[in-house]
Each structure stands twice: as structure tokens, then as C-alpha cells.
Design a protein around this ligand. Structure first.
Ligand code: ADP
Ligand code: MG
Length: 226
């Protein structure tokens, strides 16, 4: 096997519940090679979002280790961690999290505002991405002027603006009707393959999970092949 791009070892995440410590993730191991796609399923409250947040460095392990491209991001000082997250990780949530006052194009460009390198012009790629998700005629629309499926496609384009090596999607089709959900899932797959990113997607839809080459179910805090 090639070196895993993501290596998770004995990951434990506990929360304090009054005087008690509750382990949501417990001794979880996971390896993902570059370009791999994994669907994560499991009942509500089983820790799916917690796992995704830790992989995306939005949350930290209580114990255990996570390395991404050989680096343990949690050893980075906060400003570098923020830059790492901004550059290397793309998120798509169940709710689009677009900013209502900005256009589709502006929303896709928002992640490029911090940490921009000199001479970098992300706009052509933002326009291309919006074209790829079928919104070339919607660049100047604000979120309220878009359908649910279109908003989520803007969110997909935004997640990919930095060509992240890790694409994380937390029930990205959960709020969409079937046709829109299929469209968004198709795009996620297509663009993930093209960019060679690792995709980890949480879903309640067994139909969507069945489209993945690899699936795991969160059970008792671990990721069990499903
Ligand atoms: P899922 O996404 O599978 O529904 P989550 O990862 O959101 O599950 O949550 C797993 C468990 O951890 C739930 O029981 C939830 O209540 C608990 N939990 C999540 N975040 C916190 C928090 N910040 N403080 C305390 N408990 C939390
Ligand atoms: Mg969740």
C-alpha cells in the first residue's frame, strides 16, 4: 500500500457531560490514501460530525494522533493551523453557509481573502468552478436568488477554490430533493476525482453511500468497514 495520506491512530474525543466524561470517538483508526473516497454512515449522535471536524482541524483530538500528508496539523501554532485549514481542507456542510449579502462568485472567492499570495488571481478558477457546477449564468446571483441545489453547488465550488487535498462533506445532500441531491453528489465525485482529493462524506442516505468504493459505519466510537 502507498503511504496513507491521512493516518488516524487511537483517536479519542471526549466531552464533559456534567461530572462525566463521555467518549464520542474511542480508539478510532483510519487510513486514507491520496484520492480515496470514503462514505461515513451511522446513527445520529454516533460522532460522524465530530470525526469530520477533527479531520478538518476544526476540532481537536482528546488523545490519539492524526497526520495529514505526514504532518500532524495539531502541532502547528494557531495562525499556521488556520492557514493549513484554509489551503488544504474544503468543507461542504448540510446548510450551504453562504454569506447572504454576497454573490455566488464573491462567496466562492471568500476563502481566498486571507493568506492570499502576491500576484495570485483566483477569479478565473472561481469562474471556471462555477461553470463546472453549472452556474455560469448565476455568478451575480445572491443566495436568496438561487434554489437549494444551486446554493449547495456554490458551496461545492467554494470548497474547491484552493484545490484542497482533503474534501469533507457533512450530509451535503441532506436538505435537497432527490434530483438536486444526485446532481450535487455527482459533482462532488467528479471534481474530487479530477483534483485527486481525499473525499470523506457523511450521509444518512444508503443509496449515496452505496456509490462509494469504501464505506464505514461509526459504532462505539470506531469506524467499522461497512
Ligand atoms: P453525528 O454527527 O453522528 O450525529 P456528532 O458528532 O454531532 O454526531 O455528536 C456525537 C455526540 O457528541 C452527540 O451525543 C453529541 O451530543 C455530542 N457532542 C457533540 N458536540 C458536543 C459538544 N460541543 N459538547 C458536548 N457534547 C457534544
Ligand atoms: Mg452530524
Amino acid at each position: 500500500m502507498t503511504n496513507p495520506h491521512i493516518q488516524v491512530r487511537s483517536l479519542t474525543r471526549t466531552y464533559s457531560l456534567g461530572p462525566e466524561q463521555v467518549a464520542v470517538l474511542r480508539d478510532l483508526d483510519l487510513d486514507l490514501v491520496a484520492g480515496e473516497a470514503l462514505a461515513v454512515i451511522g446513527p445520529s449522535g454516533s460522532g460522524k460530525s465530530t470525526l469530520l471536524h477533527i479531520l478538518g482541524t476544526l476540532d481537536r483530538p482528546s488523545s490519539g494522533s492524526v497526520t495529514i500528508g505526514g504532518l500532524d496539523p495539531f502541532t502547528l501554532p494557531e495562525p499556521e493551523l488556520a492557514r493549513f485549514r484554509n489551503r488544504e481542507v474544503g468543507f461542504v456542510f448540510q446548510d450551504h453557509h453562504l454569506l447572504p449579502q454576497y454573490t455566488a462568485l464573491e462567496n466562492v472567492l471568500i476563502p481566498t481573502l486571507p493568506f492570499r499570495r502576491k500576484g495570485e488571481d483566483p477569479e478565473p478558477w472561481a469562474r471556471e468552478l462555477l461553470g463546472r457546477v453549472g452556474l455560469e449564468k448565476r455568478l451575480a446571483h445572491r443566495p436568496a436568488e438561487l434554489s437549494g441545489g444551486e446554493r449547495q453547488r456554490v458551496a461545492v465550488a467554494r470548497a474547491l477554490i484552493h484545490r484542497p487535498r482533503l474534501l469533507l462533506a457533512d450530509e451535503p445532500t441532506g436538505n435537497l430533493d432527490e434530483a438536486a441531491a444526485t446532481g450535487v453528489a455527482d459533482l462532488l465525485f467528479e471534481l474530487q476525482r479530477e483534483l485527486g482529493a481525499v473525499l470523506v462524506l457523511v450521509t444518512h442516505s444508503l443509496e449515496l453511500a452505496a456509490r462509494f468504493p469504501r464505506r464505514c459505519r461509526l459504532a462505539s466510537g470506531r469506524c467499522v468497514a461497512a
